[in-house]
Design a protein around this ligand. Structure first.
Ligand SMILES: O=CC(=O)O
Length: 323
C-alpha cells in the first residue's frame, strides 16, 4: 500500500486510520506544509462522529502523544487491530486494554532520540545563557534604551543528573560530555556499559547535581519522580530540563520552587496538561518554554511516519478481509 503525507494523514493522526470502506487506510497525500491539525483536540470518538465514520469500521488508530487512546476508545472500536503512535512514549495509550484485546501497539524506535537530546541541550544552554530572555531584550535595544543584558552561567563543568538513561538519555549524556559536564544518572537499573555514576535514589542524584534532565518514560512509577523533596535537594542553583513528559514533575511544586527561588531555572518542552501551559510560568525569564516540539524536526518526522506506515502496511497486508 502506498502512503504519502498530507492533510488526510494529519487528520488521520486523530482519526486513526479510518477507512471509507472499513478496510483500507485513508489515502495520505503530501505531508508537511500543514500546521498541526485543526482536529487535534477532538477526541478520536468525536472525530469519527464529525466524519460520519462508524466506529466498527476502524481497524487501526494512528495517533500522536496528545491523543488519548483510552480503554473506552478501544472498547468502542470492535474491529480495532493495531494502534500506531508517532511517538516514542506510549503513556497516552491504554496498553493493558490493548493487550487484553490482542491489539498490536506500534511506537517509534530511535527516530526522535537525537532530536530530543539536541533539544534538551538547547534548553539547558538557553536557560544558562538566557538566550530567550536576551532575545526579548535585544528586540527593544537601542542607543536611547540602554538595557543591561542578563548575565548568563556556564554549561561547561556542570554536574548533570540524567533521569532515564535510555536512548534519549544516552544521547544527552554524549552531548554534554562534549561540554565537559560531569554525568550522573538514575534509571530502573544500573547500566554496566557506561562509567557514569549511578544513583538508585533520585533525591541523592539531585543533591549531587547542578542540573536534572528528565528523559524517562511516564509510568505509574515515574509520575512525579521529581517532587518537592527532589527540587529542594537540587537546590537554589539548580536547573531542571524536561523533555520526557510533563507529569514526571510535580508541576505545582515546580512553579512554587521557581517563584520562591528554590531552584534557579527550568527548560520545559512538556507540560502536565498539554496544550495548557501554566500561566504562572509565562512571565518568568528564568524559564524557557517549548510546545512539546523536541520531536518535531522535519527530517525525523518523515522517518517516523515511514516507520509507522511500514507497520500499518504489514498489518493491512496480513489482516483478513472483512466486509
Ligand atoms: O513526545 C514525543 C515522543 O514520545 O516521541
Amino acid at each position: 500500500m502506498k502512503y504519502e503525507w498530507g492533510n488526510e494523514f494529519r487528520a488521520s493522526t486523530t482519526l486513526g486510520v479510518g477507512s471509507s470502506n472499513g478496510l483500507h487506510p485513508l489515502p495520505i497525500s503530501k505531508f508537511p506544509q500543514i500546521p498541526f491539525p485543526k482536529f487535534l483536540f477532538l477526541s478520536l470518538l468525536q472525530f469519527l462522529q464529525t466524519q460520519h465514520i462508524h466506529p466498527s469500521s476502524v481497524p487501526a488508530i494512528l495517533c500522536n502523544p496528545l491523543q488519548l487512546v483510552t480503554a473506552d476508545v478501544i472498547r468502542s472500536l470492535p474491529s480495532l487491530g493495531i494502534v500506531a503512535t508517532v511517538s516514542v512514549g506510549s503513556d497516552h495509550i491504554d496498553i493493558l486494554e490493548c493487550r487484553r484485546g490482542g491489539i498490536e501497539v506500534v511506537t517509534l524506535g530511535t527516530q526522535f532520540a537525537a532530536d530530543v537530546a539536541d533539544m534538551a541541550v538547547a534548553l539547558l544552554v538557553d536557560v544558562e545563557f538566557k538566550i530567550s530572555a536576551g532575545d526579548r531584550l535585544a528586540r527593544k535595544w537601542g542607543p536611547c534604551k540602554p538595557l543591561s543584558s542578563p548575565c548568563g552561567s556556564k554549561v561547561g563543568g556542570k554536574r548533570v543528573g540524567i533521569i532515564g538513561l535510555g536512548r534519549i538519555g544516552g544521547e544527552v549524556a554524549k552531548r554534554l560530555e562534549a561540554f565537559d559536564c560531569i554525568i550522573m544518572y538514575h534509571s530502573r537499573n544500573k547500566n554496566p556499559s557506561v562509567s557514569y555514576t549511578f544513583h538508585s535514589n533520585v533525591v541523592d542524584l539531585a543533591s549531587e547535581s547542578d542540573v536534572l534532565v528528565l528523559c524517562c518514560p511516564l509510568t505509574e512509577q515515574t509520575r512525579c519522580i521529581v517532587n518537592k523533596e527532589v527540587m529542594l535537594a537540587l537546590g537554589k542553583d539548580g536547573i531542571i530540563v524536561n523533555v520526557g513528559r510533563g507529569a514526571l514533575i510535580d508541576e505545582k511544586e515546580l512553579i512554587q520552587c521557581l517563584l520562591k527561588g528554590e531552584i534557579r531555572g527550568a527548560g520545559l518542552d512538556v507540560f502536565e496538561n498539554e496544550p495548557n501551559v501554566p500561566k504562572e510560568l509565562l512571565p518568568l525569564d528564568n524559564v524557557v518554554l517549548s510546545p512539546h516540539a523536541a520531536a518535531l524536526t522535519f527530517d525525523s518526522t518523515l522517518d517516523a511516519f515511514e516507520h509507522v506506515a511500514k507497520s500499518l502496511d504489514i498489518f493491512f497486508s496480513t489482516k483478513p478481509q472483512v466486509s
